[in-house]
Structures are given as structure tokens and as C-alpha cells.
Design a protein. Structure first.
Ligand SMILES: NC(=O)c1ccc[n+]([C@@H]2O[C@H](COP(=O)([O-])OP(=O)(O)OC[C@H]3O[C@@H](n4cnc5c(N)ncnc54)[C@H](OP(=O)(O)O)[C@@H]3O)[C@@H](O)[C@H]2O)c1
Length: 326
């Protein structure tokens, strides 16, 4: 099978490309001219230069592939409108390019996000059938990407996967958390317990690979996580255990991270580099329940997460150490 992967230079995408090659698929990667190729170096892939925000640049990339796995997207931006230009309109452009240049496409898999659905408002786990209430520009842009894709379910076999927060080797956001824990600090938020879903990158890749072979109807959506419900405080404890350190819990009031986000956003406008933390991220972090239900994916796709947080944190920590990130 020949598969076009967008976002192949990124964290999840580079793991996916390796896994597809290992399975025996032929892989074409969509690359931006400015893309960082370090994780793809030496891999036997075909490349096509293109940018999701420019539909004409996608025409050649989508030709004569059997499936498209669309991971290209941004999780941080200097300006809010950039989320919508890349995550939402970028998805629309890619689908349009497929419809016009590859009418025999067998499947289009869109890696959306739990953020597209928003947090869970009742005490339960969020299900795919629940109403979508994204609360950040990132989440809203991913939901808009879903809606733009869902408008074509009759013309294009579409599968939407919604991972929760993903961690593992090459990841940079949790890396900050690992760095703090390695300095014996477990950052926690003041106030009530907050609950989240998490998933190790290999389990997300397992779900995508299952998705490429699944026969579910076009337009189905699946949440992906390791199936557990973690208290935010517990995440730091498990990471510290994985790293073999005793870390102290530092409780940060919400107004402190709101202030930090304000300053980081201000400096990001000056430097024109996306900030590590912004208002949207703070809005997401302060929510009480980000736990999703993966029963549907287990039943319909055969998804079976294998890696516990402790095991995944150990693997990630070992990789950070090996690469001298820690
Ligand atoms: N990481 C998570 O926790 C998580 C959770 C849920 C969903 N997701 C979704 O999973 C996908 C991959 O996430 P990730 O964490 O692997 O992100 P990442 O490491 O930041 O990688 C993003 C990828 O998208 C590419 N890209 C960005 N803008 C593009 C454009 N205009 N045209 C073409 N390619 C573009 C980047 O290419 P360059 O090398 O050119 O920058 C890079 O390959 C995203 O769609 C994200 O929304 C991630």
C-alpha cells in the first residue's frame, strides 16, 4: 500500500512513518521547504514538497497514493488565525486536492484531537457522541478541520481519530515537565483535582495502523488514550517514579500561569516565535475533566493500548537521557 503522510517530520508523524515502513508500506511524505528532516534522515521514503495552506502545492503529493494520513497541524501559534489557516483550512485544502487529483483514494485519516471535543462537563468520560465544546483556538480549529472533512464523507472514505495528550520520545511539551521533575519539582495547580487522559506515542501509532485497515463507515470518529483516568498530581508522581527521583509538589495558583501566559504571548509577538504557554493553553489546563472514553475504538477498531504511564514515562525518560535532552 502507498500512503501519503502529512506532518511526517513531527513528533507523532515521524514515529508513524517508521511504523508504516516496518509494516511494508510505501510512504510518501509531504514536506514544507522549511521542514526539519532530522527524524526522517536515511529512511526510504518518497517526498513531495507542499504546504497545507496552499492547495495548489498539494496536487502532486496526493496523486497515486492509496491512503492519506493527515497529521500536519500546529499546536502553538503567534496569531490565533494561524491555527485556523493550517489546522482547519489546511485540512480542507488537502481534501480538495484529493477529490480533484485522486478519485480512487481508499481512505483519508485525519488526526484531530481531544481538544476538538473540549473537556467533559459532567463527571463522566467524554464520548464521541457528546456535544463538541472546544475551548481554545487550537481546539476550535481542530473541530473546524473535522467539520470541513465531514462535509465530504460521501465522496471520500474518512476516518477521524482524536488522541488525548500524547507523550514519548521526540516530544517537546511533556519534555518541559520531565525537565522540572528531573530538578525534583512536580508542578501542580492549586484547587480541586483535575483529571486527564494520556497516551504513549506507540499506542497512537497502533490505532492509526488499525485505522488504515479498518472497514468502519466513512465519517466515524474515535477517541484515543491509554484508557486510564489520571489526576494531574498523580502524573508528576508517576514521572518521578519512572525517573527514580523524589520530587516536591509545588502548587501554582491559576493566576500565576495566566500571568506567565500573558508575558510569553507578549514576547512571542516580538520574537515571532510561538509561545510555550498561551491563554488558550491555560484555559485547557484549568479544566477539571479531560478524560475520554475509548470503548468505541476498542470495539470497532480493535484498539488495545499496551503501554502504562509508568512504562511510557520510563521509555521516554531513557530516550531523553540517551539524546542528552536531560
Ligand atoms: N502531540 C499531541 O499531544 C497531540 C494530541 C492530539 C492531537 N495531535 C495532533 O497530531 C498532529 C501531529 O502532532 P505532533 O505533536 O506530532 O506535532 P508536531 O511535532 O508539531 O508536528 C507537526 C507537523 O505538521 C507539519 N506542518 C505544520 N504546518 C504545516 C503546513 N502548513 N503544511 C504542511 N505541514 C505542516 C510540521 O512540518 P514542519 O517540519 O514543516 O514544521 C510537522 O511535520 C497534529 O495535527 C496535532 O493537532 C497531537
Amino acid at each position: 500500500m502507498k500512503i501519503l503522510v502529512t506532518g511526517g517530520t513531527g513528533f507523532i508523524g515521524s514515529h508513524l512513518v517508521e511504523a508504516l515502513l516496518k509494516r511494508g508500506d510505501r510512504v510518501r511524505c509531504l514536506l514544507r521547504k522549511t521542514g526539519d528532516l532530522r527524524w526522517l534522515k536515511g529512511l526510504p521514503i518518497e517526498t513531495a514538497v507542499g504546504d497545507c495552506s496552499d492547495e495548489t502545492s498539494l496536487r502532486e503529493a496526493v496523486r497515486e497514493v492509496d491512503q492519506v494520513i493527515h497529521l500536519a497541524g500546529i499546536t502553538k501559534a503567534v496569531k490565533e488565525k494561524t491555527y485556523f489557516e493550517i489546522n482547519a483550512l489546511g485540512t480542507k485544502n488537502l481534501i480538495q486536492a484529493c477529490l480533484e487529483n485522486n478519485p480512487r483514494l481508499q481512505k483519508f485519516i485525519y488526526l484531530s484531537s481531544q481538544a476538538a471535543a473540549g473537556p467533559c462537563r459532567n463527571g463522566n468520560k467524554k464520548k464521541e457522541s457528546d456535544q463538541c465544546e472546544p475551548i481554545s483556538p487550537y481546539g476550535q480549529s481542530k473541530r473546524m478541520g473535522e467539520e470541513l472533512a465531514l462535509a465530504h464523507t460521501q465522496e471520500l472514505p474518512l476516518l477521524i481519530l482524536r488522541p488525548c495528550a500524547v507523550y514519548g520520545p521526540r516530544e517537546r511539551d511533556f519534555y518541559t515537565f520531565f525537565k522540572l521533575v528531573s530538578k525534583r519539582v512536580k508542578p501542580c495547580l492549586f484547587g480541586e483535582d483535575r483529571h486527564i487522559s494520556l497516551c504513549y506515542v506507540d499506542d497512537i501509532i497502533q490505532a492509526i495502523l488499525l485505522g488504515t485497515r479498518s472497514q468502519v463507515p466513512s465519517g466515524e470518529i474515535f477517541f484515543l488514550s491509554d484508557g486510564q483516568d489520571y489526576r494531574l498530581e498523580e502524573v508528576g508522581e508517576i514521572m518521578a517514579q519512572a525517573m527514580g527521583v523524589n520530587a516536591i509538589c509545588i502548587r501554582v495558583p491559576v493566576w500565576v500561569i495566566t500571568g506567565m501566559a500573558f508575558f510569553l504571548e507578549y514576547f512571542s509577538k516580538l520574537s515571532r516565535k510561538p509561545p510555550l504557554l498561551n491563554k488558550g493553553k491555560v484555559e485547557e489546563v484549568v479544566q477539571k475533566n479531560w478524560v475520554c472514553d475509548i470503548t468505541k475504538g476498542k470495539t470497532a477498531l480493535g484498539f488495545q493500548p499496551n503501554i502504562s504511564l509508568l512504562e511510557g514515562a520510563k521509555l521516554t525518560f531513557e530516550w531523553y537521557k540517551k539524546e542528552k535532552w536531560l
